[in-house]
Design a protein around this ligand. Structure first.
Ligand code: G3P
Ligand code: CA
Length: 281
């Protein structure tokens, strides 16, 4: 049975290449109740599942398109980036998004949002993160409206979808717009970084978020340091889904599994977002 309190972060990304169908498949096999993924926009305006704005960390783009990187100066050093927005979908689909992780995943492709929605239907819930909507807005692209169009194409906007898809972002203006646009047919979640923890330290402010959001996604240290936020959110009708539970950041817990259990049982969060859905029980 799927565990509705376990959200697989970029799929089962501790064990398979993030944001690919093998990673999403493995998450379902490991009984995650929901699969989290990220969205960026290609040069031809199509949505693809990718965490970074650039392709070089998780694909072989350097090898396939060696001359298409953009030079930039970062911290005094000259670096090259291959931005998603500089490549068409047809070009991105030529890339290998699996070999960087382990050789047995060679040939994994970058899925489109449409691919993911077809794959997920009647199988698992999806948590969609809109990445950098403000950056795309400056490029004349409305990431939220592209997402809305995809959800409509897949029949996810015509009725309450029982949480088949939830949309989240760190960008509060986009989450507010999504709340108005989706009118609760698709839940929306405001993500909060630890550097913005002060936003959640005021009970009135947390309560006010319920006017447009169905939930909050705090970085997990915010809940650890201020567990009272969970009760405030629940009193306002907001779900709480902290991130990211992974082996490398367990602090004083004995295991990532023990840490997740603590957040669920002791802090009372609604679900945990984890690279290790297999460690949740
Ligand atoms: O679901 C929240 C989490 O995914 C946000 O962080 O950087 O992994 O997208 P990131
Ligand atoms: Ca994410």
């Amino acid at each position: 049975m799927p565990h509705t309190d376990v959200i697989a972060h970029r799929g089962a990304s501790a064990h398979a290449p993030e944001n690919t169908l093998p990673s999403f498949d493995l998450a379902v096999h490991q009984d995650a109740g929901c699969v989290e993924h990220d969205l960026h926009v290609t040069k031809d305006g199509l949505l693809v599942c990718m965490h970074d704005r650039t392709l070089e960390r998780t694909t072989n783009v350097r090898e396939i398109f060696p001359r298409r990187g953009q030079e930039a100066r970062e911290g005094g050093a000259l670096v090259r980036h291959w931005f998603v927005h500089d490549f068409t979908l047809a070009e991105i689909q030529q890339l290998d998004a699996g070999s960087w992780f382990r050789p047995e995943f060679a040939g994994a492709r970058v899925p489109t949002f449409d691919d993911l929605l077809v794959w997920a239907r009647n199988r698992v819930a999806v948590l969609t993160e809109l990445k950098d909507p403000d950056v795309y807005e400056r490029r004349g692209v409305d990431l939220l409206m592209s997402c809305d169009a995809a959800l409509r194409r897949h029949g996810l906007m015509t009725r309450p979808t029982d949480g088949a898809v939830t949309v989240q972002s760190f960008h509060e203006p986009t989450v507010r717009r999504a709340g108005q646009l989706f009118v609760r047919r698709v839940p929306v979640v405001l993500l909060v970084e630890s550097t913005d923890a002060a936003l959640l330290r005021d009970r009135k402010r947390v309560t006010a978020l319920a006017a447009f959001a169905s939930g909050i996604g705090p970085e997990k240290s915010i809940v650890r340091d201020h567990p009272e936020i969970v009760g405030w959110a629940h009193d306002a009708g907001l779900r709480v889904t902290p991130w990211t539970f992974r082996a490398a950041t367990i602090g004083s817990f004995k295991s990532v599994g023990a840490e997740m259990k603590h957040y669920l049982a002791e802090f009372g969060v609604d679900a945990v977002i984890t690279d290790h859905p297999d460690e949740s029980r």
